[in-house]
Design a binder for this molecule. Structure first.
Ligand code: HEC
Ligand SMILES: [Cu+2]
Length: 393
């Protein structure tokens, strides 16, 4: 061979591992942009420094002892060196220092547990006064509430105060406290938005919640952080932080139902497409809508507000074309400047409906007993459906 052992070669992997340390990466927790993430990061650093100091002191003492009491040429091999049975002062001292260091870590940890657990302006919280500076602000206004649900393998977001439901992408206003209620709809998932706040489980039958706040508008990446089955690694979501004005615009847009094709209203369109399709223009968008409400069986699992499609097994599609990603963040249709890449979006919609199994193995749009494995759609019909889906905005 080359005379290089595999052990040596394995060092070549180190730079590869270190290349994972992109501190500004999309899902980096060391680049906090929100008050909760910032506090979690500060606590992490405190713990790192304390434990690093312990490591250096203990390791240093060990090395010093090994060196200091090494065997010397002048030692007589036949007599034992002088033996010691410990030093009470050092032992008690070490216990004292350990306890002190644990307390140094424990106090801010407990404080942070309470801080993240209690909504800053929750009237039932009796801890509010602990955190004056950080919580007084905005404490008389009602927080925005978002009900986030984890499904195998995607997320839904409901705004009960605003009457909006979205799939896999949601928006919040900068500078406002947002309360997120977390639920698991099938198995345990975990909500993790690393730059804004870390990890709370979404558990079926249990009402967990968390709160977030950030002053920095932007597009943030989240991920399910609890192994939840086959497509877990593909289970992501996106959060857009908008200025207050932009958020209001977003809300108004999302509340609008998309326009039906062919200038009809939805009821008229749907009844015509079932009873007298020849009276509708023969365009891709019209045909696509017909397949969506008809042979595609899409309506069993998907909702489009304002129409009879009210399925709950898959993401709400009312504004699916306003999203910059598809399939729980797995497919992207975003330009470098952040705007939506319509060409890419059409292609993604086509690819997804054509063969979602190929893109996200195990997904329940395909494998559910009522899923698309049983539905035959020609390439042209899928293209028409994609054109229709792209009109949902
Ligand atoms: C058996 C239920 C079911 C049927 C039928 C179904 N879907 Fe889905 N759909 C799902 C599920 C579940 C997901 C989420 C998949 C994932 O990301 O894991 C999904 C995801 C999607 C998405 C991506 C949405 C997003 O926000 O990422 C689109 C688009 C979509 N479906 C379109 C369709 C169309 C078009 C049809 C009919 C041809 C259809 N679906 C039929 C269950 C279904
Ligand atoms: Cu998961």
């Amino acid at each position: 061979m080359l005379g290089i052992s595999t052990k040596r070669l394995s060092w070549l992997g180190v730079p590869l591992l270190l290349s994972g340390c992109n501190f500004q990466a999309r899902q980096s927790f060391v680049d906090p942009k929100g008050i909760v993430a910032q506090d979690q990061y500060d606590l992490f650093l405190l713990t790192v420094w304390v434990t690093a100091a312990i490591f250096a002191l203990v390791g240093g003492a060990l090395l010093w002892t090994v060196w200091r009491y090494r065997e010397k040429k002048t030692d007589d091999p036949n007599t034992l060196p002088s033996q010691s049975h410990g030093n009470p002062l050092i032992e008690i001292g070490l216990i004292g220092v350990s306890v002190a260091l644990l307390v140094v870590i424990a106090i801010p940890t407990l404080r942070l547990i309470w801080f993240t657990n209690d909504m800053p302006n929750d009237p039932e919280s009796n801890l509010g006064s602990w955190f004056d500076g950080e919580t007084a602000e905005g404490s008389d206004e009602e927080p925005l509430i978002i009900l986030a649900k984890g499904w195998q393998w995607w997320f839904s977001f409901e705004y009960p105060q605003l009457g909006i439901t979205t799939g896999n992408e949601f928006a919040i206003p900068a500078g406002k406290t947002v309360r997120i209620e977390l639920r698991g709809e099938d198995v345990i998932h975990s909500f993790w938005l690393p730059k804004i706040a870390g990890k709370v489980d979404m558990i079926p039958g249990r009402n967990n919640n968390m709160w977030i706040r950030t002053d920095e508008p932007g597009y943030y990446y989240g991920q399910c952080a609890e192994y939840c089955g086959e497509a877990h690694a593909y289970m992501q979501f996106r959060t857009e932080v908008l200025s207050e004005e932009e958020f209001e615009k977003w809300v108004a847009e999302r509340r609008e139902t998309p326009k039906p094709p062919a200038g009809k209203d939805w009821n008229e369109f749907i009844s015509l497409s079932a009873s007298a399709p020849e009276e509708l223009p023969d365009t891709d968008i019209v045909q696509g809508a017909r397949h969506f409400f008809g042979k595609g069986t899409c309506v069993q699992c998907h909702t489009i507000d304002g129409t009879f499609a009210a399925g709950k097994l898959g993401p709400n599609l009312t504004h699916v074309a306003d999203n910059r990603s598809l399939a729980a963040g797995w497919m992207e249709n975003i330009n470098p400047d952040g705007s939506i890449n319509r060409e890419q979006q059409l292609e993604n919609l086509y690819e997804w409906v054509r063969n979602s199994e190929h893109i996200k193995p195990g997904n329940l749009m395909y494998y559910d007993p009522n899923g698309l494995q049983n539905v035959e759609l020609s390439d042209q019909e899928v293209h028409q459906i994609a054109v229709f889906l792209q009109s949902l905005r």
